[in-house]
Every structure is written in C-alpha cells, then in structure tokens.
Design a protein around this ligand. Structure first.
Ligand SMILES: NC(=O)c1ccc[n+]([C@@H]2O[C@H](COP(=O)([O-])OP(=O)(O)OC[C@H]3O[C@@H](n4cnc5c(N)ncnc54)[C@H](O)[C@@H]3O)[C@@H](O)[C@H]2O)c1
Ligand SMILES: [Fe+2]
Length: 384
C-alpha cells in the first residue's frame, strides 16, 4: 500500500442550530472574549443570531468584525488583526462563507504568532500557533472549515494561499439552517466549487491517497444528487444538509490531496474581474477537464456515473467524456453564466489571465497533465 498521511479538523458537529454551542465550547477552554468574524449580509439575515446568543449564555464578551469582503484583501485582514488585538480577544469564531472563515483563520493565527503575513504565503511556512478557533460555514462551499488553507487577495489582484496545519480549526459546525436562504446562483456556483474540490483531489498528481479518494467519491454522490434540489427547492433542508456535508467531505479530501489547474485558472478571474470563486471554477471546469482527459480518462470514467447517473453502464470512454459534457450542461441548467464574455472578459484579457494562472505553481504541480501557457490560453479561449 502507498504511504500517506491525512489530517483534518479534530471535532465536527453536524446539527441544525448547532452554532448556538460555539460559546460553550470556547468557554470550556477558558476563553473570555471572542473575535466574531462575519460579513454584513450574514448579520443582516440574522444568521449570526444563534451564535451571538450562545456567546452571551456562555458568559463570553464579544467583539464583532463584520467587514469581511469577498476574496478577502490582505489589508482588510491586517486591519481586523490590529483592532482585535486592541480589544484583547483570546479566541476567534466565524459564521460565514469561505471569505469570512479564511479571514477568521488568519486573525486567530496573526494574533498569536508575530511572523509577518508576507512570509506565510506558500506551503508550511508558518512558524507559531494560533488562538482557539471555531468555524461554521454558511455556503456549501469552500470546505474551509476543514482545510489548512486561507486564500488572500494581495496587492490589487493576486490571490495567494497560506497553507499550514495551524489553520485547521479546533471545531467545525455544519448547521444546514444557515444555508437555507442562500440564493440559487450562489448555491449553484459554490456547489460546483465543492465538486471541483472532490474531482481535483481524486485526480491530484501529488498526495492522492485512499482516504481522500473515499471522501471525494462520497462528496460527489451527495453534491451531484442534491445540487438541483438545493437550487430549485431552496427550503429542502435535507438537500441543504447533504450539500453542506458533501462540501465538508470534499474539503477534507482536497486538504490532503490538493487541487490543481481548475483552481489555478479560476483565481485570476477572481483577482482581476471579481467573479465569485465558485463561478470562476464553474466557467473553466469543463475545458480544464478536457485538457486533462488524456492523462485522467480512467479517473473521470470512475467519477462520471457518480455525478451523472445516466452514465452508468456506458463504456469507459463514454463515461469520461460524459463527465465533461455533464458539466458543460450543468451550469446553464442551474441558471449560472457559462461564458467568460458574459462577465466582462474579452479576447484582449486572455494573455494576462493565462500568464497569471501560470504563476499558481502551488496548484499546477498537482495537475494530472502538464499545463503550459499555450494550453491555459486555449482553455480561456474555449471558455470565452
Ligand atoms: N480555505 C479554503 O480551503 C478555500 C477553498 C476554496 C475557496 N476559498 C475562498 O473562499 C472564498 C469564497 O467563499 P464563498 O464561495 O463561500 O463565498 P463568500 O464568503 O465570498 O460569500 C459570497 C457572498 O455570499 C453571501 N452569503 C454567504 N452565505 C450566505 C447565506 N447563507 N445566505 C445568503 N448570502 C450568503 C456573502 O454575504 C457574500 O456576499 C474565496 O476567497 C475563495 O478563494 C477558500
Ligand atoms: Fe475552491
């Protein structure tokens, strides 16, 4: 058997209303004042109420930072750390999308570890510890609650990752009630992001392992069979809970068998055009799969029928091609844009996007087939 190692968040609670328990978890660890990290929309929708009530009942003081912006900018994170330090917080909790969770992870780290953030970008470069940390996702999604990763926008438009075991939280809470009001377009795009995590983990050239493989397949089964219900019958809590579970399992998978070219080509779209992360992935996904097909046909044939059951019983070549074709049709079926040109991207932008994608070496080394500048340009051209 191949050697592998596997890490994940040590405690997980999947329970409707479970965010009410964050306070007692932190109080039991001797914490007194929590930095609560979220965005204005989450507060406005009342999604933070149960967590905030729980803090009060547990006797914790609370400092709320609700200025998280999508694709969190480095300057915003550093400002939050400065304010949190002045407030004297001793633990961090977040209820929100991937942007809030990623921000909370870095706040917890930067409050305890005095290494400059600029030295943390990359894999395993963090030297130091973090404060106690609890995360509850409101999208299904990034899987950030079980990944050792925070993605930051540096300067004006480059997305960089801090990847370090210290970023795995102490506790992840899956509360499906939080995702019931998620708009259909966000449900679709974030759900496809989670599917991409599972697919890229399953085909990762480096660190592919048997535990991630099991998780990726189970994630795709849950996500593939519930994404339409979650989009078209948003109040179906069973479908919502299964999407959240699928997203977490996909997160556990790719935290240990890292993602690759779909994400590398998606990041410049977020950086330059502020296209949401899930949608960026959905737009390039079928075209990257097509590029990878010569090296990944067996894996795609295995995954095809899990996501699209009408492929069961077909030949290996048909199942692999069917996975790609299925994703070409899924975006439009769910009502999200399927072409870059619908989002303000034109031909002149493509060389810049391809050059930026090639900078994502951390991701490209995991791709089952080599990515070149020409291939990246070709993929963006097909996605235009
Ligand atoms: N850490 C990781 O492992 C990892 C993995 C993938 C992506 N990411 C990062 O995560 C970020 C994307 O996160 P995201 O896709 O979860 O979105 P997000 O956190 O950026 O949120 C997008 C929008 O959806 C809204 N929203 C979130 N939950 C809602 C709900 N339940 N109801 C209504 N509105 C809601 C938010 O207020 C926001 O306006 C990107 O920065 C991406 O790079 C991180
Ligand atoms: Fe992602």
């Amino acid at each position: 058997m191949d050697t592998f190692s596997f890490q994940t968040t040590p405690s997980v609670l999947a329970e409707i209303g479970g965010t009410a328990k964050i306070g007692e978890f932190l109080a039991a660890r001797g914490c007194r004042k929590v930095a609560f990290v979220t965005d204005a929309m989450i507060l406005e929708l009342g999604l933070a109420n149960a967590a905030l009530d729980g803090f009060r009942k547990a006797g914790l003081d609370v400092w709320t930072f609700s200025d998280v912006q999508p694709d969190p900018p480095e300057a915003m994170i550093l400002k939050a750390v400065e304010e949190a330090r002045a407030e004297g917080v001793d633990c961090v909790a977040s209820v929100g999308g991937g942007s809030s969770l990623d921000t909370a992870k870095l706040i917890a780290l930067l409050l305890k570890c005095d290494q400059p953030i600029a030295e943390m970008y990359g894999v395993n470069l963090v030297k130091g510890e973090r404060l106690p940390l609890v995360l509850a996702p409101t999208t299904a999604g990034t899987g950030s609650e079980v990944t050792p990763i925070s993605i930051v926008t540096t300067g004006t438009n480059e997305k960089k990752g801090v990847v370090a075991p210290q970023l795995l939280p102490d506790y992840a809470i899956l509360d499906a009630e939080l995702t019931v009001g998620l708009p259909a377009a966000v449900t679709a795009a974030t759900g496809i992001d989670a599917m991409v995590h599972a697919i890229e983990a399953f085909t990762s050239k480096r660190l592919k392992n048997v535990v991630s493989d099991c998780l990726a397949k189970q994630a795709l089964e849950l996500l593939g069979s519930n994404i339409r219900t979650a989009c078209f019958s948003p109040e179906n809590r069973d479908a919502r809970a299964k999407m959240l579970l699928g997203s977490m399992l996909a997160g556990m998978a790719f935290a240990n068998a890292p993602v690759a070219a779909v994400h590398a080509l998606a990041y410049p779209l977020g950086g330059h055009f502020h296209i949401p992360h899930g949608l960026s992935n959905a737009l390039v996904l079928p075209h990257v799969l097509e590029h990878n097909l010569p090296e990944a046909a067996g894996a795609y044939a295995e995954l095809g029928p899990i996501v699209f059951p009408d492929l069961v019983g077909k030949s290996e070549a048909e199942r692999a091609a069917g996975l790609i074709d299925g994703f070409l049709k899924l975006g439009p079926e769910l009502g999200i844009p399927s072409r870059l040109s619908e989002l303000g991207v034109n031909h002149n932008h493509l060389p810049m996007l391809a050059e930026d994608a090639m900078k994502q070496e951390r991701l490209l080394i995991n791709n089952p087939r080599e990515m070149t500048l020409e291939a990246a340009l070709d993929i963006y051209t097909k996605a235009l």
